[in-house]
Design a protein around this ligand. Sequence first.
Ligand code: SF4
Ligand code: SF4
Length: 244
Amino acid sequence: MFLESPPSHKDRLKPSDTFSFCCHSDLSCFNACCRNKHLPLTPFDLLKIKKNLDIHSDDFLARYVVYRPDPESGFPILSIKMAGENAICPFVTPNGCSIYNDRPTACRLFPLGRFSGINPKEKNPKEFYSLLQIPLCRGIEEEKNWTIAQWVENQGLLPYIRMNDKMLDILFHPRRNPSTALTESQQQKVMVALYNPDIFREFVFETSFLTQFEIDDETAHRVKTDDIALLTLGFSFLKKALYA
Ligand code: SF4
Ligand code: SF4
């Protein structure tokens, strides 16, 4: 899960700190955590799940996502649309997660929370982990021990963290005025460049985009077929579009 603010000093965990956890289908809580929650979606999460489901990003957004602008910054906040009156994740099955290999960052982190940010006085991003308080989760009573670093590795989190933290360059950009929210047109740019890859690819190759935003031929070739290259272009484009 993402933390909205850094955990208190006493709750911060170092990469070498340990915790106990094991999740398996014999536990009474199996699947209970896949409901009734705000499950945030990062641009990279969306890319991975959309590819897993093999659907157009417009369809993915319409079927599986709820969206609202952050009241202060105006940046879009996306989360999985929980289904029915019991607010169940659309991807949960009696056997567990149907998109397990491409599950979002928050599900990989669980039962940990992670906060990342940039202190304006320092240039380097800082990250903090903490153990979430989840009364229903029996997995934390199991005896399997992990360090934070082992869990990050085991859950395949590194590529997710690398891509998710590209957002820090946008949120903590030196030209961003934190007291001004994005306009509607800026919000639309963020939505298309980061959260609607199929439409962004059309925008790149079927409009005058490439005459205004110069990229070399090799990058252009990669962006045509490689979703990660496309998302990386989305981040670069936004830095110019929002703060030029
Ligand atoms: S994406 Fe998978 S792991 Fe995450 S809440 Fe949904 S079913 Fe559970
Ligand atoms: S509540 Fe905890 S142990 Fe139970 S299924 Fe969810 S993550 Fe696993």
